[in-house]
Ligand binder design. Structure first.
Ligand SMILES: C[S@@+](CC[C@H](N)C(=O)[O-])C[C@H]1O[C@@H](n2cnc3c(N)ncnc32)[C@H](O)[C@@H]1O
Length: 423
């Protein structure tokens, strides 16, 4: 296994080891708060400043939440009424109070008061109504179980869609507390969310200087390196930029990534990052005990993870907001995300096995995966291809319709739209 030394020179544009990024820059060892390197130009491909003006691909935000059941936790537009049926409906008002805008991005606060963004281009918020920090802890950090790793041990993390950097900030602090040597790679198309976040006191306030220094270094140089952690951002379309990490694995099956945090916009909005092909590539990067973790519990995504030979477990649904007693059969009672691993996941209070109803959902039309064989298709093309495949599978009698599945399980119409991403 050649991971993570990818065999490229430190100044190679596609060098993928975070600690290969300008290690000659000085300040890499020793001091912590001021050890973040800022010396040389971004060796990570140089796309950092150029990716603004992100577009989701035609049609990416065109479908209303609820018709095809995207995971929907982030749809906070007035039209996306199933937001209230996702995970924290009562908090929506807090999540949607806009404070500022930058083109198609608007700054908001989540239910926990932490800073989040709304993307008009994707028609979706960056975080659930619970708030960025609460969601980051509950959905990504806790199921990662950092306590599994020994002090001083490297922890290799790939974040798909790093956005504002709030998940990374949580991770940096958690690793510092536990003495873990974080090696982090981020995939992100648009540099503006990180820049916007770092310009806001509300975003900066919770974090110590050492954490902000890492994020600022990522913003300006596409990387950071401190005494005990290193990271680099691979700016650009994740489907293309992932190649740098794959090259680091020498193309061998079986990788060395301990954690993949997958936080793309929901499948109906950004199907490019939930396709069978893309998820299979991520799965190949995982270490045997590695974990892929996401807020998403869409049947199509879970089916794609199965096809990638991962074992699945469901994250519990986030607790209902105070004062709200949602219908007991609504989907947000089922699951608040998915954990997947090359090895079976031991029983835990942090997750549960999929229920018979959820497995049956995977076999219905909703379980038809998104496909993007060349890794270059637009959102609209991927959605259209899936629609055709669903119709064909139904015509052949291979998949039941979502409505038949709903009837089998006595569900309300549309209830699968939120937590399970039906369709
Ligand atoms: C839901 S937000 C990520 C939230 C992030 N984890 C945070 O805490 O701020 C989704 C992110 O995906 C990015 N994105 C959209 N399409 C992408 C693509 N094809 N490749 C890489 N990133 C993409 C967007 O720019 C956005 O920052």
């Amino acid at each position: 296994m050649t991971w993570p030394a990818c065999g490229a020179d430190a100044d190679d544009a596609d060098a993928c080891a975070p600690d290969a990024c300008g290690a000659e820059g000085g300040g890499g060892g020793g001091r912590e708060a001021d050890a973040t390197e800022t010396g040389s130009a971004d060796p990570c491909g140089g796309a950092g400043g150029a990716a603004g003006g992100t577009a989701p691909g035609e049609g990416g935000a065109a479908r209303s939440a609820g018709t095809d059941g995207h995971a929907g936790r982030r749809a906070t537009s007035a039209a996306a009424t199933n937001r209230g049926a996702t995970d924290a409906g009562a908090s929506d008002a807090k999540a949607t109070s806009s404070e500022a805008t930058a083109g198609d991005l608007a700054i908001r606060r989540g239910g926990d008061g932490s800073l989040s963004l709304w993307s008009a281009a994707f028609g979706e918020g960056f975080h659930s109504a619970r708030g960025a920090l609460r969601e980051g802890r509950e959905t990504f950090l806790h199921p990662s179980e950092l306590g599994r790793f020994q002090r001083g041990q490297p922890l290799r993390v790939l974040e798909v869609c790093a956005g504002t950097g709030s998940n990374l900030a949580l991770l940096l602090e958690a690793c510092a507390d536990r003495g873990l040597a974080l090696q982090w790679w981020g995939l992100e198309l648009d540099p503006r969310p990180l820049a916007l976040a770092l310009a806001q006191p509300a975003f900066r306030d919770p974090w110590p200087p050492r954490t902000l220094a890492c994020l600022e270094s990522l913003q300006h140089h596409g990387r950071w390196r401190q005494a005990s952690s290193a990271g680099r951002m691979l700016w650009g379309d994740a489907r293309q930029r992932l190649e740098a990490l794959e090259a680091g694995c020498g193309g061998e099956p079986g990788g060395a990534i301990d954690l993949i945090w997958h936080d793309a916009f929901s499948p109906q909005r950004c199907p490019q990052l939930w396709s069978c092909e893309f998820l299979a590539r991520l799965a190949r990067l995982l270490a045997p005990q590695g974990r892929w973790i996401s807020y998403c519990s869409a049947a199509a995504v879970r089916q794609a993870l199965r096809l990638a030979h991962l074992h699945l477990a469901a994250l519990p649904a986030p607790s209902a907001p105070t004062g709200q007693l949602p219908h007991r059969r609504q989907a947000h009672h089922w699951s608040g995300g998915t954990v997947a691993s090359p090895r079976p996941l031991a029983p835990s209070t942090l997750w549960r096995p999929l229920t018979a109803m959820e497995w049956d959902h995977l076999a219905s039309g909703a379980g038809e995966p998104y496909r993007d064989p060349a890794g270059t298709a637009s959102a609209a093309a991927i959605l259209a291809r899936r629609h055709q495949a669903q119709a064909a599978a139904q015509a052949r009698g291979e998949r039941s319709s979502s409505s038949a599945w709903r009837r089998r399980w006595g569900l309300e119409r549309g209830s699968e739209a939120s937590g399970t991403g039906g369709g």
